[in-house]
Design a protein around this ligand. Sequence first.
Ligand SMILES: [Fe+2]
Length: 463
Amino acid sequence: MNKLHFLRAVWSDIILVESNGLYGLIDTGFARAFPRIKDYLDRLGVERLEFILITHFHKDHYGSLPALLQTYPVGTVYMKKFSGLNITDGSGHSASDEFNAREMENCERMCALARYHSRLVVLDGTVGHVRLGEFNFQLFGEPDAIRIMYLDPFSPYYHQIRFGENTNSVVLYANVNGTHIYLGGDACNEPLEYERYSCQNTRYACEINHRIDLLKVPHHCCGNVLSDRFLSILQPRYCVATNFTATVNGQMKANRDLLLAATPETQLLVSDVCGYCFTIGANGDLSFEEFDRLPPITFEEIPPERSDEYWPLHIRYLVEDDIISDPEDIEYFRSNKYRFEILKHMSSTHDRHHLVYMIRDGKRIGAASYSISEDSGECFLYDFWVFKPFRGDGLGHHCYMALESYTQSQGAEYHEINCTGKDRTRFWKALGFVDDGLDEWNVPLLRKNRMEYKTYGGNPFEM
Ligand SMILES: [Fe+2]
């Protein structure tokens, strides 16, 4: 029995390979994913991993490695080591020297752990294949492209820190009983002025030169990772993208469109709310089923007579999240004048103001306030926040996508928000919002028009 299990993951990869009772893991997600991985391995009765392969040294790929090594016997750890020249810190900011030095130490620590608990094999270009039962993965990727381009005096990037660790990512390709699989890691497809490492995914596709059945879309379907050439050669039947919002919204939407235009019959699966287990039959037929689906996010409307319970939460959010800091503003949002105004609109029959809790698993995990214009279909979001204990793991994105679908069911045609601050703007833009001028107080406005989600099952956050 041959299977590939893509565990539920957002902005990270966790791929369990199974062949005739043997198991191996390709990437390990963030550190916080460990309980989820362990839970799944327990359910399958996995007690040993033949290998763990880290495609490149980024936290969303190596994060759970230490916990896994301390919990399971692991035959071999295949590790792509850190270059020390990573340009970003993984959260969209440029990496400092301290960051790179810390990651270098981290990498050495992981290697030492791997040597202690297992057998360490550094992916330095000498390893061409990794085998597990009937899987024989061919490895693509350069030993240390980043460092080579940095150190080569003839390189246009000589002594320049220009690349992220993704440029060093390993790609795995296998043909199991005629089922062809391309696991793209975070490999890029940037055209470079350094020919040898230019358009990596396209070059690997040319080498493979065969239609594939399953593509783990490189780099969470974000950035310059695909090309027409790549898709026209590989023509993937199923694609797994490990971030829904990156796949369909914002700057990465182009990848989704490129994929669907080149291969209209492809099924694009996103791993944000559930995992996917692909089974390769004896004659190569491929099928999948989902597992570990998160419970949906639902909404509880707060009626006007209960609005008093909302205000303390609201003011705490405004202050703690630094939405307002001016004492006059704080006074205004605490005032009866403001609250009466909202209450009046909450009771109105036209363009009613809504206060809602967002609920998952029976728990209130966040809140929002909005109104929908019956004339224009504008849904203006006044407030939107996830309660502090629940933040992380993409929950803010999940909540918004659920709210978008909920408000659309109430008549919203497009969404508008006013927004300041780099991180907040980045959050909304990643969800597909675009600049929409300034409001009357010169605060930037962002807008998102209604869009069609052409992934398997549509918007996975829809109720
Ligand atoms: Fe990644």
